[in-house]
Write a protein that binds this ligand. Sequence first.
Ligand code: ZN
Length: 117
Amino acid sequence: MGIKLMFFANGNTGLAAICNVCGKQVTDADTANIIWFPPSCGDKVGDTFEPFITCKDECENKLELWADKQGKGFEHLYSQELNVGLIWLLQNSGLMPLGGKKMKEAKRLADFCASVV
Ligand SMILES: [Zn+2]
């Protein structure tokens, strides 16, 4: 799970954040975190690895308990609020600044795609 393509009831298909623990869609970024272990590949610039997305509190606690049982120890987990991570995604995808030319064009295209479904 994590960031997935999802079919929506209105006929749209789009990216959605899915909790890795309960499998529910995160509809409020303030209520979820991105969690990761220190990557085994090291920390060289350009290395990539998979994060977890969890609802805060209950699902995050379950992930920490699972990590502890795996012998990874939850004290080694790193986390970032999902709302912060999504801003980083926009930044790293070249869409920032908010309200800038690229963001306005992306919003116009997204609105157009939603209108033709
Ligand atoms: Zn959850």
